[in-house]
Write a protein of this length. Structure first.
Length: 368
């Protein structure tokens, strides 16, 4: 079928919206009319080939919409169901069988490889050239075919699907890093480096978890002000201090650092600082795509009994975790809608540029 999609043809090139061909659902797959899609920094990282995915491609991995057709073998969904779409996983490796899809052994191949498990592609230009799929969905389009395992049924008929869409990656990554992986003790302390979508989601989750102190670390005064509104007890502007680690420790309750820290920046120097924010026996989580980092293991990690761990997709089982986040939102505990600015699909390049300039925290495209 012919659909409208934003195609990335070359490294760093802007998105080009055009008609492309999408194959029909196969066994275990559903056809979703995409009504909204979040724009994530991972899309931009692939667009610029910091994270390699074969180009040309249709990116987008925070889609939501309405099921319009089901393939053979689909048992979980029916036509008309409202769904959010999250990351892909094989559902058969040893980690998937242990209900740990976020560390699926085929995670990178499925989400970044651009092809189906059998080596084919489901997207093509009108003249027959192959287009890579992304995260098993390619949601920068008005239709997507996805595996039923990667879709999440929305349990509320009145939930705006444009709010469901960004839950599929960035929001669940930040919230899940706190609620699923760190599971901080009531009354503990945490510092979150970066006040974008992932960081703000971590801050809101830390408040839900009952952290006594939540320190937001960033460089945008407006974002730091919003962080306080969303649950941060303290803020540190990295641009206003000479020694960021010392500044965070100075405001920490113990005076020696925090129990937990999360780095969302994807910058090696910031990861090292996030590790430095910790008190003895603290744990630092890295969730951003980060390059090389150099530090002294004895002095900065092992000597203080600290832990440095990587977390993918918030250690989330999306079919379980996303409905929990929706419930928190509806109860007023997780007001992530304050992060979002909506754009029409046709303004996808403008939306990404606005996000890059810091004019909005989370850009979400409305397809209709």
């Amino acid at each position: 079928m012919k659909i409208r999609a934003a195609v990335t043809y070359d490294t760093g090139a802007p998105y080009k919206i055009e008609e492309v061909e999408l194959d029909a659902p196969r066994f275990g797959e559903i056809l979703v009319r995409i009504t909204a899609s979040g724009i994530c920094h991972t899309d931009e990282a692939v667009q610029n080939q910091f994270i390699p995915t074969p180009l040309p491609a249709v990116l987008g991995h925070e889609g939501a919409g309405i099921v319009e057709a089901v393939g053979p073998g689909v048992t979980e969904f029916k036509i008309g169901d409202h769904v959010g779409i999250s990351f892909g996983f094989c559902n058969s490796c040893c980690n998937c069988r242990k209900a740990r899809p976020f560390v699926c052994k085929k995670l990178n191949a499925i989400n970044f490889g651009g092809i189906q498990p059998d080596g084919t592609t489901r997207l093509h230009t009108l003249d027959g050239k192959k287009l890579s799929t992304f995260f098993g969905q390619s949601s920068f389009a008005n239709y997507a075919v996805v595996n039923q395992n990667h879709a999440v049924k929305v349990p509320y008929d009145d939930m705006d699907l444009a709010l469901v869409a960004p839950m599929g990656c960035g929001i669940q990554t930040g919230a899940g890093a706190v609620l699923n992986r760190l599971r901080p003790e009531f009354g503990s302390s945490i510092a979150v480096f970066g006040c974008g979508t992932v960081g703000m989601s971590a801050i809101m989750a830390a408040k839900i978890a009952g952290c006594q102190q939540i320190i937001a670390v960033g460089g945008n005064p407006k974002s730091l002000e919003l962080a306080k509104e969303l649950g941060a007890t303290d803020t540190v502007n990295r641009k206003e201090v000479d020694d960021l680690v010392a500044a965070v420790k100075a405001v920490s309750l113990s005076g020696d650092g925090v129990n937990y820290s999360i780095d969302t920046t994807g910058v090696g120097a910031c990861v090292r600082q996030s590790l430095g924010f910790l008190d003895f026996d603290g744990t630092c989580v890295v969730v951003g795509a980060t390059g090389d980092i150099e530090f002294n293991v004895q002095n900065e990690l092992m000597g203080d009994g600290k832990s440095l761990i990587g977390v993918i997709e918030g250690d989330s089982i999306p079919k379980e975790f996303l409905p929990k986040l929706m419930a928190y939102y509806r109860n007023g505990q997780f007001p992530f809608d304050k992060l979002i600015k909506f754009f029409p699909f046709e303004q996808i390049n403008e939306a990404q540029a606005a996000s890059d300039r810091g004019e909005c925290i989370k850009a979400v495209l409305r397809m209709e």
